[in-house]
Ligand binder design. Sequence first.
Ligand code: SIN
Length: 479
Amino acid sequence: MIDALDRLEGLLVDGGAAHANGKLDVFDPTTGDQIAGIATSTTEDCLAAVEAASQAAGRWAATPPRERAELLRRCYETMMAEQAEIAALLQLENGKPMAEALGEVAYAADFFRWFSEEAVRIRGEIRRSPMGDKHIMVLPEPVGVSVQITPWNFPAAMPVRKIAPALAAGCTTVVKPAPATPLTAYYIADLMARCGTPQGVINLVIPEPPNEATAAMLADRAVRKVSFTGSIAVGKHLLRLAADRVLRTSMELGGNAPFVVLADAEVDVAVEAAIAAKMRNTGATCVAPNRLYVHEQVADDFTEALSARMAGLTIGYDRRPDAQVGPLISTRERAKVAGLVTTAVSGGAKVVTGGRAPDCSGYFYEPTVLADVEPDAPILTQEIFGPVAPLVRFSDEASVVEMANSTNAGLIAYVISGDLGHGLAVGQRLEAGLVALNRGIISDASAPFGGVKESGIGREGGFEGIEEYLERKYVASNW
Ligand code: SIN
């Protein structure tokens, strides 16, 4: 833990950073203790980072793809070699259980590996026009300087999911990690420098307060792209700023995931999928099931089994090594989750297990199952981002599809069915960029991740991920 902080010493105000303009305190959500002070960036610092990215852009775009690929591969290997150290740092600032922190580092590293493989497979095309009067050449080119804004819930995976395809495509970047969890991003930037990333190719800024600096960066003529993971509200704000300069955008915004347990579901499969999906990062993911619709034929069994599993999870007080449930990121987040539960209960929902913020240091909230939630309850209309599973019974499939689709979000939908064809047919009717069928975890560096409706624009990961950082230039030629 301390090793990782030592490595970052030069960047920490308390460690004597050269240009500490301000100081941002970083807290450990497991204890509430302050763990570091980070030098913050002024708007001028952020614009200097854009300038550095712009200066490096030409050289980086001209670097042979194989060289870019090998750099990303070294980043993958180094990240895996330092997995335990990074996981300890990540856990310190984010609070997720150690098993999950290790898993997140491997997930993050996998984006380096996947895009190292993609860097050498960027394809253009050449063909004759239908009239036969010319050749049509379509040449891939890097978009240019990107601003990448990442959230606190995956402090390693979200930055790498953006940085790796950008670098693979030949783009340079300015990364703005979440103020709650900047240490892991600093570690990754340092790791990338150690692996040989040329100066200016990746730049990190921590503007505090962030709004003015973000707007200034997006207004800078050198910036050609903004990629954001976070809330729908902030995404819309960034889209408005991006519209002023007609920037390319990738938006991975919030979800409000339905989790549909069909009448023919096996209850064990449904419970394991629900636990995996709901409790990953203590419910603070945009792919967490937010509304669990359970067919009345299996509702009693599912409620009982899910509640027993939730009640049996080990909460990570005092950072116990066998923890399965971490804290929320802040007291504010915890108060929001508690408020949603209170409102649901006053609307008639029944607390089957949990429903309480334990009296302890750290920002914990008990794993909670709410039964008999009314289909129009407010808890079903916004992202909970906490360990609360609201259950709604349904009796006919047409109405559950309608309820599942009755939201502005469309990131992911879960379907549990004992009949693959049945599950696929329901999945096809759900408005979502991702469908998880009979499983709780879907994220994979090699698969396209992203939403429809207000959940976003574009895809990260998969073959599609690198396209977000490429333009296609058409050259017409005679020869
Ligand atoms: C997110 O919650 O924003 C991303 C989750 C994932 O990549 O699985």
